[in-house]
Write a protein that binds this ligand. Sequence first.
Ligand code: MSP
Length: 510
Amino acid sequence: MSKNYYVTTPIYYVNDVPHLGHAYTTLAADVLARHKQLKGYSVFLLTGTDEHGQKVEKAANAAGETPLELADRVVKRFQSLWDKLNISYSDFIRTTQERHKKGVLEFFSRVMAQGDIYLGEYEDWYCTPCETFWTETQLIDFKCPDCNRPTEKLKEESYFFRMSKYQEALLAHIEANPEFIQPKSRRNEIISFVKEGLRDISVSRTSFTWGIPVPGNPRHVIYVWFDALTNYITALGYPNESENMTSFWPADVHLIGKDILRFHAVYWSTFLMAAGLPLPRKVFAHGWWTVEGQKMSKSLQNVVEPNMLIDRYGVDAVRYFLMREVPFGLDGDFSHSAMIHRINSDLANDLGNLLNRSTAMVNKYFGGILPAPEELSELDQAYRAKTEALPGQVDACLDDLAFSKALQAIWEVISAGNKYIDETAPWSLAKDPALHGRLATVMYCILESQRIVFHLLSPFMPETAVKGLGYLGWQEPIRESGLAWGGLQADTKIIKAEALFPRIDEKGEV
Ligand code: MSP
């Protein structure tokens, strides 16, 4: 089995500053990357920015900048947010980089050389914000069916990609690979879309200039989606048979939002077929966040700024909330009250208290030195078995991108820990010197279970995991071997934990 793992985020347009939606996809990719890394995979996490096209050109004009000046400025915002959010990306690709432009030209030329790109004339309805052409029948009241904004009729000479040719091959691929497009409801939408018939699509523009010129005909620039999608291979070194290209293509998963599924599942797949390259193993479209029940939009001035959230709640609380609150694939709502509720109940109460009370007890009863366990009772065995089953459960959930379910499984073990303390009542055991050995066993089990829990939490909450493990005297790197029961050694110094997550009152004050 290959031990390489390649996960991507969309590359973000630079006409907008990063918001909650961008942070969400990138965070999900990071959690997967960190989890696979923990499991011993060699991981490549790619993110970046989509810098060409009319949208960016217009935004730059409006700001009195060149498109590249605008891009340079906004790219910094993305990169500093990813640092602040602890995103462990391997590479950050910008579509204005030479390495990318070179790869796109080669990709375009190869598809053209074999006859799947041809010159023709285009007349259809164009939605500028979506950079998409629509047929008249697709329009709703002459407005864009995706964003409901006005469209305009455009006629231009254009290069076309022979997408129609790949309709049957794509359908066959989707049907033979049930895992390819997820979630299932979205897969069905794509199947119906393909069955309705694929048209050849325009892959060049002459109405503006901010893009990669078509090889041999610089009056045209390459359509921004053709350019952007290719980032997933140019970042690996395409067209060179580079080591990264050989090791990491095809991608294990493209993470995207539901609005850009068609571009990935249909356009990108057929481009790859034409270029003779294998298709990504999975394309997963997540849902959209609303904010306090409303669509997030600049005009409503309710855009959630991830930097502000991190400053207010802390990076790991934000990471936890986004992965826990909504099953990946469904739409969800962001609200400060939901965020505060999660912090208080899951992080401060369940997770924080467990660490707090258990490390305090080892300090009180054993002077902070972890005792060796004696034989495990039935109760201890059951708790141990529950903990030992957890790594497999988390693996299975994350293979399905069920982040929230993985966290629920982890929280079941955390709750079992709090219950275990209540049932074993260490404070009573401590009163009877004859039960000293029993007390030692309980202390060992409770800390050992948490050590494994913190390992599994590390992809979601990297800083908290390191902090938690530090209190447990665990200095080794977080890796797969640490998932086995029995890692903590007797005589380890256990530090009484401070509150991992201070409670927040409803007004948001710590
Ligand atoms: N540049 C293209 C992607 C090219 S990929 C080869 C693009 N960029 S974008 O910046 O507009 O959007 C990036 C992502 O943000 C999309 O996956 C989109 O679904 C996501 N989101 C935008 N608003 C969102 C929410 N309100 N909630 C969740 N995700 C959202 O599209």
